[in-house]
Structures are given as C-alpha cells and as structure tokens.
Design a protein around this ligand. Structure first.
Ligand code: PGA
Length: 249
C-alpha cells in the first residue's frame, strides 16, 4: 500500500500522520507500506520511520547522479534521504510536466542502478479509453518506459508497476474492480511475453485512482491486483489506516 502525498501536508501534519501510521498495529507480514512525502518532508519521515517496517519513496527524481539541473534531485540524494523506492512517470508528471515514456525509461534504469525500487506508473486518459485505445496506450507506455529495464539483468524485486487510469485519479471515479483487473491481467501478460514468466508472476502491480476504504477490499480480491497507490485517501489517518488494514475485513 503506497501513499502518494503529492504536494500536500505541512511538516506538523506530516509528523502527526506518520506517528498515527506507526501506532496502527499493522501486520507487516501481510502488507507492505510505503510513504512518498514531498522532498521537504523526507528527512522528517526518515527520522520517524527509522527502525520500522515502513518504506519511504521519492515522488520523482532526475536520471543523472548530479550536475547543473536546477530544481532537480538525484537518485543518490533520495537514497541519502532514506528512500528505498521512487515513484516514476506518475500521470501528473506526464501531463503537467511533459514527461515522456522515454524520460521515464531513463529514470527507471537510473533508479535501478542506484538500488532504488522504481514504481513506474502507466495509464490511459478518458478520451483514450472512450476511443477504445486503452490496451494500445498501456502497451506503448510499457514498451517505452521499460525499454532499458528489459535489456538489464533484472529481478522482480527491482520493479513495481502501478496502473492508474488518468480519469480515475482524484476524480472520485474509481475503475470498477473488473475494469482494473482487465488491464492488470493485460499488463501481467505483457510482462510474461516481454520480460519473463517468473518475473510476471511475482511482480507487484498496484492499482491507483480514487482508492478508498470502501473499495480497497474488492480491488484487492482481484487476482492481478497486488496493492494500491493511494493519493487523496492517504492524507488522513481515518482513511489511510483502514486501507492498509484491508485484510481485517
Ligand atoms: P487519488 O490519486 O487516490 O487521489 O485518486 C492516486 C494517485 O494519483 O496516485
């Protein structure tokens, strides 16, 4: 269960939320929990989460190790700040900051080289879905975003995928569990055909887009949905904790 805080929460609010998550008595044998705070809250998250089972992710990074890239942050900087993971190619990065799959490809391999686990996001827009192009878009995003990953000596632990239909992000409009399962199954088949069946079986494919306490259980019952990337509902204790405790119901 991965919390994508996006550009939200003051340090005080971040501290209160992390402390509540730490106290939630989560069964970490059943669920892995990842928090992706804004860069300015990474040090705080690291301080509060050291020696817990909760992982920390950056929400983005540059592919170079350093240099003249004003406003950017490198894989090594994320590692130094305590991150084990990084979210890459989120649809907001793709649509608002013009990030192409070619850029996501460079970032994915840079993360792996730095021993950060990338969570690579893919997903179609509403018009693409309505035009019947969902599977073509997913296929081309996978092909281009994972181009170098495919050429690399890899294991499934090195990569997480997140299917996030753009029309379901922050809109309150969730894909139905059947709609999500259909695309997750397509993604897993693509991995079998293009990377390998062992990796396809074990890789985690997360669903993202208006995940809430009342839809998480049904989503998690789908055979190809292995977890969730949660935006809005990850910002509040009373919605995030029931989501990470989905297994109790
Ligand atoms: P949402 O965001 O849960 O607010 O829809 C999900 C995401 O963008 O990762």
């Amino acid at each position: 269960m991965a919390a994508n805080w996006k550009m939200n929460l003051s340090l005080d609010d971040a501290r209160a939320l992390i402390i509540a998550i730490k106290r939630a008595e989560t069964d970490f044998n059943t669920v892995d929990v990842l928090i992706a705070p804004p860069f300015t809250a990474l040090a705080l998250a690291y301080e509060l989460l050291a020696e817990t089972d909760i992982f920390i992710a950056g929400q983005n990074m540059h592919w170079e190790t350093g240099g003249a890239f004003t406003g950017e942050i490198s894989p090594l900087m994320l590692k130094e700040a305590g991150c084990t993971h990084v979210i890459l190619g989120h649809s907001e990065r793709r649509s608002l900051f013009y990030e192409s799959s070619a850029i996501v490809n460079k970032k994915t391999i840079a993360a792996i080289n730095a021993k950060l686990t990338p969570t690579v996001c893919i997903g179609e827009s509403l018009s693409e879905r309505e035009d019947g192009k969902t599977f073509d878009i997913i296929k081309s995003q996978l092909n281009e975003s994972l181009k170098d990953f495919r050429a690399h000596e890899r294991t499934y632990e090195e990569l997480i995928l997140a299917y996030e239909p753009v029309w379901a992000i922050g809109t309150g409009r969730t894909a139905t569990p059947a709609q999500a399962q259909e695309v997750h199954s397509f993604i897993r088949n693509w991995i079998t055909e293009n990377i390998g069946s062992d990796i396809a079986q074990d890789i985690r494919i997360l669903y993202g887009g208006s995940v809430k306490p009342d839809n998480i259980k049904e989503l998690m019952e789908q055979p190809d949905i292995d977890g969730a990337l949660i935006g809005g509902a990850s910002l509040k204790t009373d919605s995030f904790i029931p989501i990470i405790h989905f297994y109790e119901n």
